[in-house]
Design a binder for this molecule. Structure first.
Ligand code: SF4
Length: 368
């Protein structure tokens, strides 16, 4: 067993020395850079993550810049990456670090976990990759590799299998080499031991891999039972008045909290999208509106949800004074040119991108 562990360590580290990816946060291993990269790469593909990383660092070069920024600036820079709770937590953590830790990112695994948005995986990644501490990391890539390497037959997300994988990751970690070893595992999962069609032929661990030897690679890791995709139908409309359009800022405590949007919401039973828009405007703002045209329909997938958003243009048929804000913390009338200053959730951003390309005249006067 120990001999096998030594072989795996030696081969993986040698492979990493030869092939490691040239990623921007690997230039210095600055804890701030490692932290940003780890938060961004959750649920985000590497290429996209690298592009956003460069954009983020040029806008917020250090922790102090994040702490000093407004939430709106943070969300705007994050716009398009999704899972906006990550950005809000990053902002809160930066302020906490400024106020309680002298603006320094701690290296202690447990202290790291006390920061907003930093769970066991991210804390382990920062502690090992930025600080060189002997802490194993287990993300989906690592879990997949270990499930194959040891041919684990339990569903990979079951509690028992997770414990087994964590124990294996800890046993494999070579003392004093956590930075390279953890990144090597992550790279192997991203480049070689991929979810589909792993390249066993070029894998440095091929000779030790039980799934390869037993011919079970295609069945490992054993997936959790698939949950069905849930369809959610929603409707929204761009309300224009005297050359400006109405936007509102969502409440802070939901998945798209503090982002801006055009009012709208989910269709109720038996309701048409047009009826939903009129009802939502009335309920959320007190505005009485009428539909003056259909714009498009955008579809967005979010975890197991498929969101179909019916998009319309509408105009006021009553007062232009907001009577109430039921689903928002702020609102304003803005020109078409000002919309780019605000962060929108994916569905509304897709609507704006569609208009910019297909019907640019629409934002100037949606009801023309
Ligand atoms: S041999 Fe194939 S399945 Fe096994 S670890 Fe390498 S790439 Fe993954």
């Amino acid at each position: 067993m120990q001999e096998m562990i030594e072989t795996i360590r030696r081969r993986l580290l040698a492979w990493f020395r030869r092939t490691q990816r040239d990623l921007p946060w690997r230039q210095t291993y600055d804890p701030y850079h490692v932290w940003i990269s780890e938060i961004m790469l959750q649920q985000t593909q590497m290429e996209r993550g690298v592009a956003y990383f460069h954009r983020w660092i040029s806008r917020f070069p250090d922790l102090a810049a994040v702490a000093a920024a407004s939430e709106q600036e943070i969300l705007k820079c994050w716009e398009g990456l999704g899972y906006y709770a990550r950005a809000r937590n990053l902002h809160r953590a930066a302020r906490l670090l400024r106020d309680r830790y002298g603006g320094q990112i701690p290296c202690d695994y447990r202290t790291l976990q006390s920061l907003p948005g930093v769970g066991p995986y991210t804390a382990a990644a920062i502690a090992s990759i930025a600080c060189g501490q002997d802490v194993p990391v287990v993300d989906a890539n690592v879990a997949r590799i270990l499930a194959r390497l040891y041919d684990l037959e339990e569903p990979v997300k079951s509690a028992g299998c997770r414990q087994r994988i964590e124990a294996l990751a800890a046993a494999l970690l070579p003392p004093g080499k956590a930075r390279a070893f953890n990144q090597a595992l992550m790279d192997l999962g991203g480049l070689v031991c991929t979810p589909k069609n792993p390249d066993c032929h070029h894998c440095p661990l091929a000779e030790a891999c039980l799934a390869r030897l037993r011919g079970t690679v295609a069945d490992r890791p054993v997936p959790a039972r698939r949950r069905e995709t849930v369809l959610i139908e929603m409707a929204t409309a761009i309300l224009s008045n005297e050359g400006r359009v109405f936007i509102q800022q969502r409440l802070a405590d939901d998945i798209w909290g503090s982002l801006w949007e055009f009012p709208g919401g989910r269709l109720e039973d038996g309701e048409t999208p047009e009826e939903a828009v009129i009802r939502e405007y009335r309920e959320e703002t007190g505005f009485e509106v009428e539909i003056c045209g259909r714009i498009t329909t955008v579809t967005h997938f979010y975890t197991r949800y498929k969101v179909v958003l019916h998009c319309f243009a509408c105009r006021l048929v009553g007062s232009d004074t907001v009577a109430r804000l039921e689903a928002a913390r702020d609102c304003r009338w803005v020109s078409a040119g000002q919309l780019s200053e605000y962060g929108f959730p994916a569905g509304h951003r897709k609507l704006l991108e569609y208009l910019a390309v297909a019907r640019p005249e629409f934002l100037v006067d949606p009801c023309r």
